[in-house]
Design a protein around this ligand. Structure first.
Ligand code: GZL
Length: 328
């Protein structure tokens, strides 16, 4: 009899303990949030390049790994579509909104709506140009100015014993986008002090292979063999330009130096084939960092305003041995 009474007391005690922990969890701020599945609304730029495809894959797989419910939209490179997607995430009362801004300006109104709805916003990949930086929690991505400087320094070193003139044809990314603006400005910062470098042509190919090919065909028609360097803001446009140069009987990577950005597998294959001289890395694999930031925001943890991705520069000489190790 006594044993039965003792067992009953133990069971009652355990029940009381469980219910008090349960109550504690419900009342402790943030504790409940750890149990509720987080919903993230992500407004992607589009599907314009191999980089973007890898970036989308990274976001989707990292959300699944983190057990975060992902609402995903593709804006087909149109700002109005990204704004519509963000508004729809606000209406659905998601926990966090993240997006890769297709261009730098025009975001204040919709971000003020997100702030009024108390939904935190995280920027990934590209930055925005706003006075009120309280409109977003943090920006996760590369330093495009530094990438442009790296491209410029590689050119300065490559032509250090050449008197010039060195005529550059520039294939710019999407007009108004942070990577296009900064990869251009970073190059200028380095070469402006050396008059032998001249940008004789500069036009947007919108980060696409078709755009790069079309613009390069026009550059070849106008400037022909006067072009010494093609400076392409991403691999897709560089690969399109390489096609145009080969169709015109030119030898990209040999009689025309090709500088590109992203360091995708396509870029490595072009370098291994001797058709591209250098590829400045820009990692699209931002998914894990984004999901970690989302969880921190929901848990009320402070985040730095800028989370920088580490990257490097790959010259043609290392392409063949490095290609098998590349993840995108
Ligand atoms: C850079 C990214 C750019 C890539 C392009 O972080 O925004 O957009 O360089 C992509 O390939 O289209």
């Amino acid at each position: 009899m006594a044993n039965t009474r003792r067992a009953a007391c133990r069971a009652l005690g355990a029940l009381a303990l469980c219910s008090s922990i349960g109550a504690l969890a419900l009342t402790t701020p943030g504790a409940y949030a750890q149990d509720k599945q987080i919903t993230l609304g992500f407004a992607q730029v589009g599907a314009e390049s191999a980089w973007r495809t890898a970036n989308t894959e990274s976001v989707k797989s990292a959300a699944a790994d983190a057990k975060i419910k992902l609402k995903f939209s593709d804006a087909q490179q149109k700002q109005e579509n990204q704004i519509k997607a963000i508004r729809s995430y606000i209406a659905q009362k998601v926990d966090v909104i993240a997006f890769s801004p297709v261009v730098e300006s025009g975001w204040e109104p919709v971000l003020r709506e997100a702030k009024a709805a108390k939904i935190p916003v995280i920027l990934t990949d590209r930055n925005i140009d706003v006075k009120d930086t309280s409109l977003y929690v943090t920006m996760i991505g590369s330093d495009f100015m530094e990438e442009g400087r790296r491209g410029g320094h590689w050119l300065a070193d490559h032509y250090k014993n050449d008197q010039g003139p060195i005529n550059i044809a520039e294939l710019q990314g999407t007009v108004g986008s942070a990577p296009a603006n900064d990869r251009h400005s970073g190059l200028i910062e380095v070469i402006k002090s050396d008059p032998k470098f001249k940008i004789i042509a500069s036009q947007s190919g919108d980060f696409t292979l078709a755009g790069g090919k079309q613009v390069m065909e026009a550059f070849i028609k106008t400037y022909g063999n006067k072009i010494n360097v093609v400076y392409a803001h991403n691999d897709d446009m560089a690969l399109g330009a390489i096609q145009a140069m080969e169709e015109a009987g030119m030898h990209p990577g040999k009689d025309i130096t090709v500088v590109s950005f992203d360091a995708t597998k396509g870029g490595f294959q072009a370098m291994a084939a001797g058709k591209m001289n250098v590829d400045v890395e820009c990692s699209p694999l931002l998914g894990p960092q984004l999901m970690s930031a989302v969880k921190d925001v929901v848990a009320g943890k402070p985040l730095p305003k800028r989370i920088l991705t580490e990257e490097t520069v790959f010259p043609m000489s290392v392409a063949a041995q490095t290609l098998p190790t590349r993840k995108y």
